[in-house]
Design a binder for this molecule. Sequence first.
Ligand SMILES: [Zn+2]
Ligand SMILES: [Zn+2]
Ligand SMILES: [Zn+2]
Ligand SMILES: [Zn+2]
Length: 171
Amino acid sequence: MTSKKKKRNITAADRQAKSKNQSRCGLCGKTTNLTKTECCGNWICDDEDQYVMFSYARNSCSRNHRRYTLCGYHHVEGHAGDWKDCPQCREDIETEMYVYYGTNEYNFEKLENPPDYEPTKCSKCGVVIRLGTEGFTQSGDEYWCEACGAKEMEKIIRRTKASSRRPKGRG
Ligand SMILES: [Zn+2]
Ligand SMILES: [Zn+2]
Ligand SMILES: [Zn+2]
Ligand SMILES: [Zn+2]
């Protein structure tokens, strides 16, 4: 054992202790204005107040974790046990979204063996829609990509306009 080696070990341990004392958001790494998640007790940005109602923006770490992960869902729904092997979560959420919620960047811990799923395709043009991150319209059993959804909406609006163009009764 040389004294040189010993010194280096102490320095490494010191550095580790320092980074352990410094709490940081487990998602984005910020060190200020933190809170602990209710679901799993991890440090996270206390930034929910920055969310603008109905904006659907995904700029809040705590909101993202609560709304877009299985961990958050599992907790909000009051399921028992661990979210990673919760049969209720698996059953409640369609497989593609289940995998997305379990593996996206809003997780502290990711699903280790996510189940396979058939990619969702647009019922109109066949393009693959990533349900977790892309816009889409759901109509009954059908999924429409953003482009086809917009086209359909136009058709519906035109139809509604046409039917409301009936002559108005005079009087
Ligand atoms: Zn954060
Ligand atoms: Zn959590
Ligand atoms: Zn669950
Ligand atoms: Zn399409």
